[in-house]
Ligand binder design. Structure first.
Ligand code: UD1
Ligand code: CA
Length: 519
């Protein structure tokens, strides 16, 4: 990490991002579970700058809210009507100086000290649309700037296709300026060393050069890039730091580039976890947010997405084809082909295949949420199992309890949601309907197919399925001519045949053949 702490980092985020064709401002589009501006803020904060300022304008309230969520101490600087990156930096610097002077005033300094307290030293400028830039790159840029005693350092990159970017113009190897693509001559457009939009400026040099920018260019904007030539003409030392990895400084201007940056970021994240000791079988189809953690010897199978604050414990197995958002997976647990959010899965527990864990699901150690089971706001104790085809909503289930297949916790009467409590070591029969509010005591049993409307005391058996009625011959009589009636007829004949065989009576061969022929 850089020993050179910058006075300030300024992130430009005022542009609209028209090429995204979106109602959402470009810098709020997300990759790796974070907005682009949040990525820029994370990288900046790694430098531990004295001040962090973000220049906003388009959708300033939405962008500003995201900025302050990511960095509560950040200063929001509003860009005015005058367009261009040069104006954006001027607005940012003015806001920074105002803040520094206000602080000096509060501290009771005299007028001269207050006026002299404007920001000085290295100021880093980055864009909110270069999400793969990390702290290491920014630190290397600041170190290069300080070591070479420059007043201006621009980060450049050599790229195969420089279309659209500003070009670094050199004279005998020395950087003399930057020319924007739209202003470049045919000859300048051949230059494949581009401006990445990352800079370090000496604050005083920057302040001076910004004052002499003009809009005399193809876009009628104040270009920050003109500061390079202006500073050089004024006798300042300017130069370029060539980015070691051109892919890491690519900007996002449209959704194709957004997806490319997302994949590159994901690749970086999954490689990090593999190096930490986690098996990721297919990095290309495993998507992991920057905020996720994965334990040692965990295995992530193909088609899996781990999002938000999800954490996967050591030796756990997740996937294939599983999406978990804000889910804590305990050590040694398995989660197969499932979807979960805001839930906790205990150590050694098993989930899926085809389970749906909605918010508030807490599965105890060694517990099971099996196949075609949906849970919501449900605590399922250690060792308890909901193995098949069930809905468990608004419930607390004790330890070592088994919920029979196809049981529904009826939590909603159309107006209110009610809670069901099931004790320890309970055996709920298959196909039960448990109508909340309800309490089933420890060790109780319920019969198959029961509809449980009233509390069941500990240790009791509750059953209420109606006695079975059997009406012999009903199908042959009331559904005559149907395949069911024919099947019933054959069964009756077979019954007579086997009765006859048992009693040793001769059997009509015609009847026997007809029966067999239909099988
Ligand atoms: C800019 C550079 C170009 C460089 C490229 C790298 C200028 C004039 N050009 O071009 O040399 O190769 O970045 O990606 O600087 N912004 C504001 N206020 C504005 C305009 C832009 O805050 O008035 C912000 C945008 O939100 C964005 C950043 O500045 O985060 C860059 O703006 P953008 O319009 O994308 O500049 P480019 O045309 O890419
Ligand atoms: Ca850009």
């Amino acid at each position: 990490m850089s020993a050179n702490r910058p006075a300030a980092v300024m992130i430009l985020a005022a542009g609209e991002g028209t090429r995204m064709r979106s109602a959402t401002p470009k810098v709020l589009h997300r990759i790796g579970g974070r907005s682009l501006v949040h990525h820029a803020i994370d990288a900046a904060q790694g430098l531990n700058p004295e001040h962090l300022v973000v220049v906003v304008r388009h959708e300033r309230d939405r962008v500003g809210a995201q900025v302050l969520e990511a960095a509560p101490d950040a200063l929001l600087a509003d860009q005015d009507d005058i367009p261009g990156t040069g104006r954006a930096v001027w607005c940012g610097l003015t806001a920074l100086d105002a803040r520094a002077m206000a602080a000096a005033t509060v501290n009771g300094h005299d007028r001269e000290t207050v006026l002299a307290s404007e920001v000085s030293g290295p100021v880093v400028v980055t864009s909110a649309d270069v999400p793969l830039v990390d702290t290491a790159l920014l630190a290397a840029m600041v170190d290069d700037h300080v070591e070479n005693e420059r007043a201006v350092t621009v980060v450049s990159a050599r790229v195969p296709d420089p279309t659209g970017y500003g070009r670094i113009v050199r004279d005998g190897g020395e950087v003399t300026g930057i020319v924007e693509h739209k202003d470049a001559t045919a000859q300048q457009r051949e230059i494949n060393e581009i401006n990445t939009g990352l800079y370090v400026f000496d604050a005083a040099t920057l302040r001076g050069a910004l004052a002499s920018l003009t809009t005399d260019n193809a876009q009628g904007e104040l270009y920050l890039t003109d500061v390079i030539a202006i500073a050089r003409a004024g006798g300042s030392r300017v130069g370029a730091y060539i980015a070691p990895d051109a892919a890491a400084v690519e900007g996002v201007n449209d959704r194709v580039q957004l997806a490319e940056a997302g994949r590159a970021l994901n690749r970086r994240i999954v490689e990090r976890w593999m190096r930490e000791g986690c098996t990721i079988v297919d990095p290309a189809t495993t998507w992991v947010d920057v905020t996720v953690t994965i334990g040692k010897d965990a295995t992530i199978l193909p088609g899996t997405q781990l999002q938000g604050s999800t954490s996967v414990g050591a030796n756990a197995v997740v996937g294939p084809d599983t999406t978990l958002a804000d889910v804590e997976v305990g050590d040694g647990a398995t989660v197969i082909r499932s979807h979960g959010s805001s839930s906790r899965i205990g150590a050694g527990a098993s989930v899926g295949p085809f389970a749906y864990l909605r918010p508030g699901t807490v599965l105890g150690d060694g517990g099971k949420i099996g196949t075609y089971v949906e849970t919501k706001n449900a605590t399922i104790g250690a060792g308890s199992k909901v193995p098949h085809l069930s809905y468990v909503g608004d419930a607390t289930i004790g330890e070592q309890t088994n919920i029979g297949a196809s049981t529904i916790f009826v939590n909603y009467d159309g107006v209110t949601k009610s809670h069901t409590t099931v004790g320890d070591h309970v055996r709920v029969g298959s196909d039960n309907t448990l109508i909340a509010p309800l309490v089933i005591g420890d060790g109780a049993y319920t019969g198959a197919g029961a509809i449980i409307r009233h509390n069941v005391p500990a240790g009791a058996l509750a059953r209420n399925s109606a006695p079975q009625q059997v009406i012999e011959g009903w199908v042959r009589e009331r559904r005559a001519g149907t395949p069911s009636a024919e099947a019933a007829e054959r069964a009756a004949q077979n019954g007579r045949l086997s009765e006859a065989a048992a009693s040793g009576e001769p059997v009509s061969s015609q009847e026997g053949n007809a029966t067999r022929g239909e099988q």
